[in-house]
Design a protein around this ligand. Structure first.
Ligand code: FES
Length: 137
């Protein structure tokens, strides 16, 4: 095995931080507004990751809990929190869905459980949608 250079290692770390540390894609920042009581208002059509059925993205924090929205149908969306049900570590998004780096649990893009040790999917968060605007929390 070839040793990894310091530059390659740092580039990888920066890429992971950039993917995991961002709450919302830059283009979607204007789509999300904070509401009183720690809730969020989201203009669903202005979030690029939700343009297609099956899309999902971390959208921000609701009452201090990291939350994502997934598009599950043409006009169906769900919100769920990103705390792993196993031991409450925040999951990160990958190409298949969500993964918990603490002990390896995996979740589908809509938060359903794919692989333990977690025994349930990511917990749903209440969301109301009216005229394309979602209120979460
Ligand atoms: S905290 Fe997520 S798998 Fe253990």
């Amino acid at each position: 095995m070839e040793p990894i250079s310091r530059r390659s290692f740092l580039a990888g770390v920066c890429a992971v931080v950039a993917l995991g540390g961002s709450e919302v894609p830059a283009a979607a920042n204007t789509a999300v507004k904070k509401l009183p009581g720690g809730r969020l208002s989201v203009d669903l059509k202005a979030v690029p990751a939700l343009a297609k059925v099956g899309g999902a993205t971390r959208i921000g924090s609701v009452k201090g809990v990291p939350v994502a929205i997934a598009r599950t149908g043409t006009s169906k969306y769900i919100a769920f929190n990103l705390l792993c049900p196993h031991q409450k570590v925040t999951v990160t998004q990958n190409e298949k869905g969500w993964v918990c780096n603490a002990h390896g649990s995996e979740f589908e893009s809509d938060g359903d459980l794919a692989l333990g040790p977690a025994t349930t999917g990511l917990a749903r968060v209440p969301m109301k949608i009216s005229k394309g605007l979602a209120t979460i929390g």
